[in-house]
Design a protein around this ligand. Structure first.
Ligand code: C2E
Ligand code: SIN
Ligand code: SIN
Ligand code: FE
Ligand code: FE
Length: 378
């Protein structure tokens, strides 16, 4: 849409004017004056009728008699000016001659202007044209605002999409050296989202879980092992058990990933203090190997000291690792995996999250099946 600039001379203006007067003679008079400058006229004989006409015909300017039966002009004006659908329509009140009281009441009712009756045709026409111009500018700005809002929405969607693809590529890159697959990432994010939504629905976590939190964990959980890019091949891909030195190095994948993502979050923020998904990604990368009893790494955090998102990812990560083939281990059967998870209740895993996971096995299995690992099936 282009923002059209009004270039036509004022004499050629088009517009619809609502004339409201209970006196048929005055109504006809005003109608003639408006007609004679080429504008369309809609009429009403009282306030109630006027409000009905406004809804039907969206006038550009309203000429409103002050003294009328049923609903007077002041009350009509007040109603129009307090309704967000109509408060932008200019109202010219037609008041009794030199009545200061009427003038004050018109202002209080929100009228944009007032004219004393009887009024001069030329003066009335100039005022109507002036307000018509104001109304047109308002309408154009309104249209432009809607256009901009629509563009911002579209651009935001594009940015989100680009972010999603970038994040996924980044995570996938890390996984290239690790024989984990893209399906592992898909399963992870779906397990995490499903558990998070369920926890949210339980309500025990109150304000901790909102829609944005769910969106963030879906997007950021796939970055939990991004720090593995910093682990040498001879350790990461070692077919057997790691010795104690290798294990020390292996464990640094948490702080490596967390630091990189934390740095990215700080660069992105530039003064905003809203917590974004990169903060969550950093928290997950750093703390996904913490254990509920405090025996995990890197910081040995326990219980609620471990960020919620990391406690959620821990369950999903171990579940998926158990069912997957790794250079150092074969997949374990589903029943065995569930047994191992259950053994970790309250020691490795947050009982509330583990229970939620184990109570959702149908949905978990649906996700496992939907994103079945092709390389594991051979
Ligand atoms: P990963 O393979 O993605 O495993 C993630 C987590 O799943 C592990 O964290 C562990 O808590 C759980 N897990 C995986 N396999 C088993 C299993 O067979 N039994 C049980 N009970 N739990 C299992 P953890 O131990 O902190 O290991 C972190 C990462 O370190 C692993 O990620 C893997 O990349 C690497 N890693 C761990 N142990 C070895 C190993 O013996 N050899 C090699 N090459 N890498 C290892
Ligand atoms: C948090 O880190 O848990 C909240 C910080 C924030 O909302 O900015
Ligand atoms: C986002 O707006 O989703 C990301 C912003 C951030 O991570 O701070
Ligand atoms: Fe990990
Ligand atoms: Fe993983």
């Amino acid at each position: 849409m282009m923002l059209e600039i009004e270039t036509s001379p004022i004499a050629k203006m088009q517009g619809r004017i609502l004339v409201v007067d209970d006196d048929p003679k005055n109504l006809l008079l005003a109608t003639d004056m408006v007609h004679s400058i080429g504008l369309e006229v809609v009429t009403a004989a009282n306030g109630e009728e006027a409000i009905q006409r406004v809804g039907e015909s969206s006038p550009d300017v309203i000429l409103l008699d002050a003294m009328m039966p049923v609903m007077d002009g002041f009350e009509t004006c007040r109603r129009l000016k307090t309704d967000p659908r109509t408060n932008h329509i200019p109202v010219i009140m037609l008041t009794g001659l030199n009545s200061v009281n009427d003038y004050i009441m018109a202002i209080e009712a929100g009228a944009d202007d007032f004219m004393n009756k009887p009024f001069n045709a030329a003066v009335m026409q100039v005022r109507v044209k002036g307000f018509l111009k104001t109304k047109r500018m308002h309408d154009e700005l309104d249209e432009y605002r809607h256009f901009l809002e629509k563009r911002v929405r579209e651009q935001t969607e594009i940015i989100q999409e680009v972010q999603d693809v970038t994040i996924f590529s980044l995570a996938k890159l890390a996984e290239y050296r690790d024989p984990e697959t893209g399906e592992h990432l898909e399963r992870m994010r779906h397990y995490c989202r499903m558990i998070t939504q369920r926890l949210g629905a339980q309500g025990t976590l109150g304000a901790d879980i909102d829609e944005e939190y769910v969106r963030s964990i879906f997007r950021s959980s796939i970055l939990h092992d991004i720090g593995k890019v910093g682990i040498p091949d001879n350790i990461l891909l070692k077919p057997g058990k790691l010795d104690s030195g290798e294990w020390l190095v292996m464990k640094t994948h948490t702080s490596i990933g967390g630091a990189a993502l934390g740095e990215a979050a700080r660069r992105l923020k530039r003064g905003r203090n809203r917590r974004g998904f990169l903060d969550m990604a950093s928290s997950i990368a750093t703390f996904h190997h913490e254990k509920y009893d405090g025996s995990g790494y890197p910081d040995g955090l326990a219980g609620d000291k471990i960020p919620l998102e990391a406690r959620i990812v821990a369950v999903a990560d171990v579940f998926d690792a158990l069912l997957s083939k790794r250079p150092y281990k074969d997949p374990v059967p589903l029943a065995k995996a569930i047994e191992i998870l259950r053994e970790g209740r309250g020691t490795h895993f947050d009982p509330m999250i583990l229970d939620c996971f184990l109570n959702s096995l149908d949905e978990i299995n649906a996700i496992t099946t939907r994103f079945a690992d092709k390389s594991n099936e051979e």
